[in-house]
Design a protein around this ligand. Structure first.
Ligand SMILES: Nc1ncnc2c1ncn2[C@@H]1O[C@H](COP(=O)(O)OP(=O)(O)O)[C@@H](O)[C@H]1O
Ligand SMILES: [Mg+2]
Length: 245
């Protein structure tokens, strides 16, 4: 099967979609990894905003950050005033305490996703889920259960995960982060670099790199990215990835 025949869930960020045959694979789970300020939350908010405004798809933003108002204000600064969509039940914002058990999380998500016909869901930052768990086995089970449920409910999921330094896949000491299992489980992994490792002619001073995306012939090299008033911007790759034969 070629990528063209697969149902895609476009991010609506033209430059990103052009790197990966039109966007995420629908009903897949996708991981965004990056350091602080690398643009993860911006990308997630933009994915949901575009979902509602361009594709008429309902979305859910699950935050594990202490203050969801801050996130909403960040969105407004980019011109994404979610209040209309929120009052219409099209985009929901939920804050979960880090201590929320996986059972509680799952039952709440099941309820909201079916009641609001949610098609896109974001978890930001998913690493918080592992904060109160010390046993690697428990962390893996939690992530696995969440990921399995999202697949079963047929939503397209984007997880943001934090990394401090290194290439986003390894810390400088070579250790994995607590939520490393996501890098193996997820259908796609994209690294957001806050420092320039590729420089664009249009002032792009950041970069992203799609490390893997199942069933997709994607660009694998770092691609310049910038964050501006309209959010994440990536130059459109006119050729796309070379077509599979
Ligand atoms: N209007 C803007 N113009 C340029 N850069 C911006 C703008 N708004 C936010 N940023 C950049 O985006 C960063 C925040 O990105 P964010 O998505 O919150 O990162 P993360 O979730 O990875 O920590 C800020 O630190 C700033 O560098
Ligand atoms: Mg963030």
């Amino acid at each position: 099967m070629t990528g063209d025949l697969l149902d895609r869930c476009p991010t609506g960020i033209e430059g990103f979609d052009s790197l990966c045959e039109g966007g995420f694979v629908r009903n897949s789970d996708n991981l965004i990894v990056g350091g602080p300020g690398s643009g993860k939350s911006t990308f997630l908010l933009q994915f949901l905003w575009n979902g509602a405004s361009m594709f008429g798809e309902n979305g859910l933003y699950c935050s594990f950050e202490p203050d969801i108002i801050e996130t909403l204000n960040d969105a407004i600064a980019h011109g994404w005033d979610f209040s209309k969509y929120s009052s219409e039940g099209k985009i929901k914002f939920m804050r979960f305490a880090p201590q929320t058990s996986i059972e509680e999380l799952k039952s709440e998500l099941k309820r909201i996703i079916s009641r609001n016909n949610i098609k896109r869901i974001c978890f930001d930052p998913v690493s918080v889920l592992a904060l109160h768990l010390s046993e690697p086995g428990k962390i893996r089970n939690t992530i696995f259960e969440l990921s399995t449920l999202m697949k079963r409910l047929r939503v397209t999921t984007v997880y943001a995960d934090e990394t401090l330094e290194g290439d986003g896949m390894h810390t400088p000491t070579g250790e994995w982060t607590k939520t490393d299992i996501l890098r193996f489980l997820s259908d796609s992994v994209t690294i957001f670099h806050e420092a320039a490792i590729a420089t664009g002619s249009d002032g792009a001073d950041r970069a992203i790199r799609i490390v893997k995306m199942r069933r997709t012939n994607h660009i694998r090299t770092p691609v310049p990215m910038r964050i501006g008033t309209k959010g994440v911007e990536i130059a459109v790759n006119k050729g796309g990835a070379s077509k599979k034969s």
